[in-house]
Design a protein around this ligand. Sequence first.
Ligand SMILES: [Ca+2]
Length: 177
Amino acid sequence: MYTGFYIFLGILSVSLTFNIKTNVTDGIPEQLNVPTRPFKKIGDGYYYIQGAKKVNWFAAAQECAERGAELVDFKTLDEFNILNRYLNDSYTHIMFWTSGTNLADPKSYVWGDGKPIDLDIWYPGEPNNLNGTENCAELGHDDFPAKAFGLNDINCLSERLYICKARQPKTVSVVVW
Ligand SMILES: [Ca+2]
């Protein structure tokens, strides 16, 4: 029953004898080789790419949440281009759900965290809300204009593959000297 107390005394005596410095950094250092499966590190992000089972946007969002993640968003053009290159090497003519939606406000497309989609990554002429039924943003592949992926608004009940993005992991290091 005194174990906790002795551990406390141990930490106290270590901290009296040594300097302890803790440091929190973004990401996981390469040399640690920490397994992140099923999430794959692409650029600075960690992604789960569901490349087999198609579901509607709501189910895709739910399945990402169950993995402790969210449907993918793109906050920088760099992030978009890096994932785009990866997808171009691995998939062709496939559509993936992103977290983009205007269900909350028809006038503004936002990512899952409510931040506006302010990158110029829509296909030309999109979002066009075809037939007034398109409220979710898919990442689609097209040979035009440059064999690349871009965003298109589509009916949220359409069935698509999807990409989840993990919250950025942090590494806590403790230096004792
Ligand atoms: Ca559209």
